[in-house]
Design a protein around this ligand. Structure first.
Ligand code: BG6
Length: 481
């Protein structure tokens, strides 16, 4: 179904996110016939480019996996305006261009540093561009703590009300995350078991092989907790742990997610040393290549920014009391993999002889990337004669095999949801605040401890303390898949 004609303006239009993710996502939706030909997509940045120059840059990116004539047709929708959010020059013209069709859906995507948000919104307000069917999209992380997030939300909120504000977390657009909803609430099988009585613990791993590379300027002020855990991983945790919403209506879902965030047990200076591990990568290898350490990339030998974090989180409510959620994420780990593992409790009593082999616990493994897949690990008898020997095997649902074509990128779905005005998969202001309320005391405890993050060699699974964090509890990180 094509969406209504729209204008989409990307501030930070020459940046990495715009060129690598947003514009290719729009191209793919266009090539699939979902974007009407009279829509407009406008990149904005300070660079003095013109439409043609911008299209040339974009063409280079799109031709890699696009169809030549469709790329050209798409590029006709694309334009560029050099604008500085802090100066008036050019804004009049831009406003006139946008006003040509003031009844249109207008999306302003702020893919810039958050310290420009208020200037951009000010100008949009000054030129009345925040009126009508206008929407604003904010990239994560929203701020670097609760106070700065509130400031941003207040500043943007002076020009766009909550229903116009789309706080994006691209993990919510990933296919497997949507599948989590289908799996949990479309099957009778799991929900009765989805609680502390039957689930032993949960693991969420988001591992990357990349280092911080070009993004060191941003990353060094953020670190893994702000960059990945406060948003992506907590959002995954919410989808996994929330009570069944009464419908998929945006606020029905977001109300339930909010309750999870508010039920997270506080981690602070009293327990951060037991419940969290911070790491920072040193030189080592990534995908067979020798790579430098974080501090070398930064050219600063003092940074205490973490590039790895592991946390033992708990949700203090009836459903989840006593069930640990082990979370870990890091750069320069041995493979790129994002996975949620739900480990069920052991059977209460084994009827098998020791010779049958160990009786493993059932696991449900939801893999988000690199390839989408859901595996349910079950115990069966090893086939054939030779007595009753037990084996742990997966019931395997690989999406690529089952459904062929590659799944659309998360941004494809989310950008069209903004155009459609559907905020279900976007973070409401109170969710962002609740997530910071949990993250802030952890960050404060780390800062107060005066300790540096633990070093780990690039190409390993982080500091050994992260292994100890889970093994202390008699459990291990999932390696089955
Ligand atoms: C971004 C983070 O939000 O997500 C990056 O800022 C990270 O540091 C990226 O690399 C990971 O996204 P994906 O979709 O590749 O898992």
């Amino acid at each position: 179904q094509p969406v209504e004609t729209f204008d989409l303006v990307i501030f930070g239009g020459t940046g990495d996110l715009a060129l690598r993710k947003l514009l290719p996502a729009l191209y793919h939706r266009y090539a699939d016939g979902q974007i009407p030909d009279d829509s407009r997509i406008i990149g904005i940045a300070r660079e003095g480019l013109d439409d043609e120059g911008y299209r040339d840059n974009l063409r280079k990116v799109l031709v890699k996996d696009g169809n030549g004539s469709k790329v050209e047709a798409f590029l006709k929708l694309v334009g560029y305006r050099p604008l500085d959010a802090r100066k008036d020059d050019g804004w009049d013209d831009f406003a006139t261009m946008m006003d040509k069709d003031a009844d249109r859906i207008r999306v302003f995507y702020l893919s810039t540093s958050p310290n420009l948000f208020v200037d951009i919104c000010n100008r949009l307000g000054k030129y009345d561009l925040n009126k009508g069917k206008s929407r604003v999209v904010l990239e994560k992380p929203i701020g670097h703590d609760l106070a700065s997030a509130n400031q941003i939300n207040d500043d943007v909120g002076r020009f766009f009300d909550e229903s116009q504000t789309f706080r994006i977390d691209h993990y919510l657009g990933k296919e497997t995350v949507q599948n989590l909803l289908a799996l949990r609430f479309g099957n009778a099988l799991f929900e009765p078991l989805w609680n502390a009585e039957h689930i032993d613990h949960v693991q969420i791993t988001v591992a990357e092989t990349l280092g911080v590379g070009q993004r060191a300027g941003y990353y060094d002020h953020a670190g893994a907790l702000r960059d990945m855990v406060q948003n992506h991983i907590l959002q995954l945790l919410c989808m996994l742990a929330m009570e069944p919403p009464s419908s998929l209506a945006p606020d029905a879902v977001r109300d339930e997610k909010l309750k999870v965030l508010r039920s997270l047990k506080p981690i602070n200076e009293a327990n951060a040393a037991q419940l969290t591990v911070r790491g920072q990568y040193r030189a080592g290898s990534a995908e067979g290549q020798a790579v430098p350490g974080y501090l070398d990339e930064l050219q600063d030998h003092k940074s205490n920014t973490e590039t790895f974090v592991a946390v033992k989180a708990e949700i203090a409510n009836w459903r989840w009391a006593g069930v640990p959620f082990y979370l870990r994420t890091g750069k320069r780990l041995p493979e790129r993999v994002s996975e949620i593992t739900v480990v069920f409790k052991a059977v209460p009593h084994s009827i098998f002889d020791a010779s049958a082999g160990p009786l493993a616990q059932n696991r449900l493994v939801l893999r988000l990337q690199p390839d989408e897949d859901i595996k349910l690990w079950l115990t069966i008898k090893h086939p054939g004669p030779g007595g009753l020997r037990l084996r742990h095997v997966p019931l395997d649902m690989s999406f690529a095999e089952a459904f062929g074509a590659a799944q659309p990128d998360a941004y494809e779905r989310l950008l069209l949801d903004v155009v459609r005005g559907n905020p279900t998969l976007f973070m409401r202001r109170d969710e962002v605040e609740a997530a910071w309320r949990w993250a802030d005391p952890i960050l404060a405890a780390w800062a107060d401890s005066g300790e540096a993050p633990r070093p780990y060699t690039s190409g390993t699974w982080g500091p050994s303390a992260a292994v100890a964090l889970i093994e202390r509890d008699g459990r291990t990180w999932n390696e089955d898949s």
